[in-house]
Design a protein around this ligand. Structure first.
Ligand code: NAD
Length: 248
């Protein structure tokens, strides 16, 4: 492990633009379960596709029931060593922005400016109307739920209110995808951290970086389909690998 961490340190030192691409694995240390590990969210619940959310009140109610069950986890989660190491490299000017599949707001909480967190799958710490995009806080949704027993509709246009996340079957956010692709092309080192690299199109970003001449490091405790592409694979716990980069 020590020699892998040394090698990673050398690669970061040699690079001028480092772009991290993060997945749920960077947040397990913060107490947020990932999707595909044993005990992860998928072993408990199949995701609710966007079409079902749009079509059926019972699907919306179920989605919000699950979200409320996670509220104390999202509210109390604090950035882990992985988040803090990236924030440290960001402050040092090595990292211009982080590309993330995560929806937990922990990169912002670790010190990244809001506009330097490129959220490919949205954010679950607030909600939006799926019609007009009006923003709502989770506490407001819960207040409505407690009064009516159902997931609320928008006060402006009456369309359903949903966590500000991208569900399966929902369109990807265009501006974010564009910016992520640009950053992937510009970097000379991409760090893919804590992602199983199976959710597309996000999983194409390390390939874009590699095709544009960047080096690729994959840090994940299990193998991924892109390990063969990588210049360095560190199959180990993220907190342990990135702990030495946390700084003060
Ligand atoms: P994933 O669950 O498919 O993959 C996570 C990977 O991280 C797994 O390969 C797992 O073995 C690894 N991992 C977990 N903890 C680790 C640790 N401490 N050290 C090293 N590796 C570790 O997650 P994904 O690739 O991000 O895709 C899942 C989708 O689910 C994403 O699109 C995201 O939107 C959503 N999601 C987000 C969160 C979050 O915001 N924290 C949590 C669950 C799911």
């Amino acid at each position: 492990l020590r020699s892998a961490i040394d090698r990673l340190g050398d690669m970061i030192a040699e690079a001028s633009v480092v772009v991290p691409f993060t997945g749920a694995g960077i947040s397990t240390e913060s107490g947020i379960p990932d999707f595909r590990s044993p005990g992860g969210l998928w072993s408990r619940n199949q995701p609710i596709p966007f079409d079902a959310f749009v079509a059926r009140q019972d699907a919306r109610d179920e989605a919000w029931r699950r979200r409320f069950a996670m509220e104390s986890v999202f509210k109390t989660a604090r950035p882990g060593r992985g988040h803090r190491a990236l924030a440290n490299l960001y402050r040092a000017g090595k990292i211009p922005a982080v590309l993330t599949q995560n929806i937990d707001n922990l990169h912002q909480a670790s010190g990244f400016a809001e506009h330097d967190v490129v959220e490919l799958h949205g954010n679950t710490t607030y909600a939006r109307c799926i019609g007009c995009g009006k923003r709502y806080e989770i506490d407001w949704v819960k207040w409505c739920w407690d009064r009516t027993g159902h997931a609320p509709h928008c006060t402006a246009c009456d369309e359903p209110v949903k966590t500000a996340t991208i569900s399966f079957g929902q369109a990807m956010p265009e501006a974010e995808m564009h910016r992520a692709a640009e950053l992937a092309k510009q970097c000379d080192l991409m760090l893919a951290i804590g992602s199983s690299l199976v959710v597309w199109p996000a999983a194409g970003l390390p390939i874009t970086a590699k095709n544009s001449g960047a080096k690729l490091v994959i840090i994940n405790n299990e193998s991924t389909d892109q390990d063969e592409l990588a210049d360095l694979v560190i199959r180990y716990d993220i907190g342990e690998v990135l702990g030495p980069f946390v700084g003060n």
